[in-house]
Design a protein around this ligand. Structure first.
Ligand SMILES: [Zn+2]
Length: 428
């Protein structure tokens, strides 16, 4: 999401399982005291799985003065839901770190400003990940996730929320690919030059002509198309036009909660028929409480990296006070599980992933930050899902979609175009 950053609430702990962690045995367990809810065997199972989240907005915090991605934080302490220590605590092996750019005027100046911002965000992500070479590394192919995991490291894919910064120059997609981007969505909360937004007035009845070219270029470069935030019509057109399956990095079911950011069952089924994946999110499961006070706080949070430590502390305090009397989402983990189970029922176990919208507005009671992720596995286990099912949900399905995009790419790993167009000849 965004424009609606985080939630608050206390750090949710998880059980530090008594058995040695098979997959990440080398990593320090920093899990705090165990809550009663997490079943120990499920916690051990969760640690065995390869896990990823498809929408981590944490890069917004990467540039903060006095703050390090490598330290242990709490949402209550500084409004952040993801850090390396909690990736260990919640056994989150990796995910897509987002280059999010707010929409602005569809003008040359607007595009130029947004491009400068997006490049800066990409640089910041690269520098932050590079700062912890023994703990996490950039991943650009599906197989990198497995390779890094075997090496005892977390993996960081990079994604782009909102292609607005590309302006009308689709050649910039190749630049962002070189910068590591492997997943991108055309649009955010405002209709832009590429597509209608799910939450704005339609202008194109789906994709614009440039948006159709954007789809073709995404396919050519082997990038996964993210349809979260796109209007229904834009979703339909991307589904038909794309040569590779779509991913919705953070969306839900309209049947569970009627909101345009969520997908209706018919579209979820068609997504699955085309091989795609919808990653279950923690947002839009209930009414959003967003008044002037919340909007003002979000406005500051967007630019938290520009605040002094004292100003950051003030913002944290003000946000905590508002959360206490008027939480952004007055909901809990039960609502998330209802949504997740509905998605699985409709799409099938091969077509659902996880995308909490952490640090982008996500988080519910009982699911306050990524340290709580093992509780999802525990509940799915209790609902009867096998380890193989859970592996699909936590990463297998998304990696399959990535591999499909990689296989369809008409460029080499370095981004160089292939000599001939013989590989695809799509144009469809
Ligand atoms: Zn979003």
């Amino acid at each position: 999401m965004k424009a609606l950053p985080p939630l608050l609430f206390v750090l949710s702990a998880l059980t530090a399982c008594g058995t040695p962690a098979p997959r990440h045995g080398g990593k320090a367990s920093v899990a705090p005291a165990a809550p009663a809810a997490t079943d120990e065997s499920a916690a051990a199972l969760h640690r065995r799985l390869l896990t990823l989240d498809t929408h981590l907005d944490t890069p917004m915090h990467f540039g903060r003065a006095g703050w390090s991605f490598g330290d242990t934080h709490t949402y209550a302490g500084d409004l952040v839901q993801v850090d390396l220590a909690r990736m260990d605590a919640g056994a989150l092996d990796g995910g897509f770190f987002v280059i999010y750019t707010a929409s602005g005027p569809l003008t040359a100046q607007g595009y130029a400003d947004a491009l400068a911002f997006a490049r800066g965000r990409a640089d910041r992500i690269a520098a932050t990940i590079a700062g912890f070479p023994t703990r996490i590394a950039l991943a650009t192919r599906a197989d990198d996730a497995l390779r890094l995991d075997r090496a005892g490291k977390r993996f960081a894919f990079v994604s782009m929320e909102n292609s607005y910064p590309l302006g009308e120059d689709l050649g910039l997609l190749a630049e962002f690919r070189r910068r590591g981007v492997r997943l991108a969505g055309p649009v955010h909360t405002k209709t832009n030059q590429f597509a209608d937004s799910a939450t704005d007035e339609p202008r194109w009845n789906g994709l614009s002509p440039l948006g159709r070219d954007w789809v073709r270029e995404m396919n050519r470069l082997g990038l996964v198309i993210d349809a979260s935030h796109a209007s229904d019509a834009a979703f339909d057109q991307m589904l038909e036009l794309s040569r590779t399956p779509l991913l919705l990095s953070h969306s839900g079911s309209r049947e569970v909660w009627n909101h345009p950011r969520n997908l209706d069952d018919a579209r979820i089924r068609r997504l699955a028929e085309h091989g795609g994946v919808i990653s279950a999110t923690t947002v839009y499961l209930t009414t959003m409480n967003i008044g002037p006070q919340r909007e003002a706080l979000f406005g500051q949070l967007e630019h938290i990296a520009d605040l002094s430590p004292a100003q950051q502390a003030e913002l944290t305090e003000a946000t905590r006070a508002l959360d206490a009397k008027e939480p952004l989402w007055d909901s809990n983990i039960d609502a998330f599980m209802r949504s997740l189970l509905h998605l699985i029922e409709v799409a099938g176990i091969d077509h659902v992933g996880m995308g909490g919208d952490w640090d982008g507005g996500g988080g519910l009671r009982g699911l306050e930050d990524i340290a709580a992720l093992p509780e999802i596995t525990a509940r799915l286990r209790a609902a009867g899902f096998s380890e193989a099912d859970l592996q699909k949900l936590w990463s297998g399905n998304v990696l399959r979609v990535m591999r499909a995009a990689e296989a369809a790419a008409q460029v080499g790993d370095d981004g160089a175009a292939e000599a001939t167009a013989s590989k695809g000849g799509d144009g469809a």
